[in-house]
Design a protein around this ligand. Structure first.
Ligand code: FMN
Length: 334
């Protein structure tokens, strides 16, 4: 695509040439296959699977393998591994390759105790030498079959911000791209993301840098590109019930106006999303609906009557009930 004022720029990251709009962030228990498909349809230019335990995959866990399934509609899509033992990472990369990922990402940002207590996820930011061994093991194992990328935070806590040195190490160990979430581990998901270290990482490495943290609108994405110089913006929580954010970001980066969807359209998309969850789940409708509930209630956040809608969403047991809820809402709020 030509780089003129009104056409979208493209960027090449981990071997994928994509429009410079926004990627969907990996989100365990949220960004599953239905979610990724929906976001890709709305313009997410890259998607990543939920984090997968390297050990789980090596030991043949069915759940871990299920997280590695990729469909064409989700591509370009990467799969993400977590672990702190280079030998398990190397073997897990081999197993992951059989699922056909476009790239493999190594998680160095997850803050949850279950992961951190194994020395994995964001704990690797405290042990850069081990992180380097983990990454090198992944790169060696992938042997050029797919690029290996890293997703990291800016440090463990406010006193140990080491994003720049850490990213440089990862680049030297063979990372093909680096995503930086502008928070420390100790911040979990609270407080405000600090984009300055993202800019510093971008200035310090020559592989593409993906900026992440608190992008909640088209204007935010434009600001993140301007303030950090990142190659691509990645969006997580602002996609909840709002796959249109990718269209909003595309409009913003192209300098075009954006018209948010009307309530009727939101509800129609909610129903389509629930249908996709049911169609892609191996569980019964009743059990799959338990996972669909949180998505349903997100679609009307901030709208009149959202509290009552949320309460009803939390009880949904079937697609038919979701349809009835949407109809009722529209009848009350025409
Ligand atoms: C529910 C949830 C699950 C997440 N799961 C993962 C994950 O599996 N792997 C990962 O690298 N990051 C994970 N993250 C972090 C996000 O990818 C992202 O870095 C973070 O939410 C900040 O971006 P945001 O402000 O746009 O949400 C998760 C975040 C949330 C809220």
């Amino acid at each position: 695509m030509k780089d003129t004022e009104n056409s979208m720029k493209t960027v090449t990251i981990a071997g994928q040439t994509v429009p410079q709009t926004a990627a969907l962030a990996p989100m365990a228990s949220v960004a599953d296959t239905a979610y990724r498909t929906l976001c890709a349809e709305h313009g997410a230019c890259m998607t990543t699977g939920e984090l997968v335990s390297a050990k789980g995959l090596c030991y043949g866990s069915r759940g871990s393998a299920e997280l590695c399934r990729i469909t064409a509609a989700e591509r370009p899509m990467g799969l993400q591994l977590f672990g702190a033992e280079p030998e398990f990472i190397a073997e897990a990369v081999q197993k992951m390759l059989s699922f056909g990922p476009d790239w493999i990402d190594i998680n160095m940002g997850c803050p949850v105790p279950k992961v951190v207590s194994q020395g994995a996820g964001s704990a690797l930011m405290k042990t850069p030498e081990l992180a380097e061994q983990v990454l090198s093991a992944a790169v060696r194992s992938a042997a050029g079959a797919v690029p290996v990328t890293v997703k990291m935070r800016i440090g463990w806590d406010g006193e140990s911000i080491n994003a720049v040195e850490f990213a440089k190490r990862m680049e030297a160990a063979g990372a093909a791209a680096i995503a930086v979430h502008g928070r420390t581990r100790m911040q979990f998901y609270g407080g405000e993301a600090d984009w300055k270290p993202i800019a510093e990482v971008k200035a310090a490495v020559s592989v593409p840098v993906i900026g992440n943290g608190d992008v909640a609108s088209g204007a935010d994405a434009v600001r993140m590109y301007a303030e950090t110089g990142c190659d691509l913006v990645m969006v997580g929580r602002a996609t909840y019930g709002n796959p249109w954010i990718f269209e909003e970001i595309e409009a913003a980066v192209c300098g075009e106006a954006y018209q948010p969807p009307a309530v009727r359209e939101r509800l129609a998309e909610m129903l389509r999303h629930i249908r996709m969850i049911l169609d892609t789940s191996e569980k019964s409708e009743k059990l799959a609906m338990r996972e669909a509930r949180k998505h349903a209630l997100w679609y009307l956040r901030g709208y009149p009557g959202a509290a009552a809608f949320r309460a009803r969403s939390a009880q949904l047991n079937s697609y038919a009930e979701a349809e009835a809820l949407a109809e009722e809402y529209l009848a009350r709020n025409p």
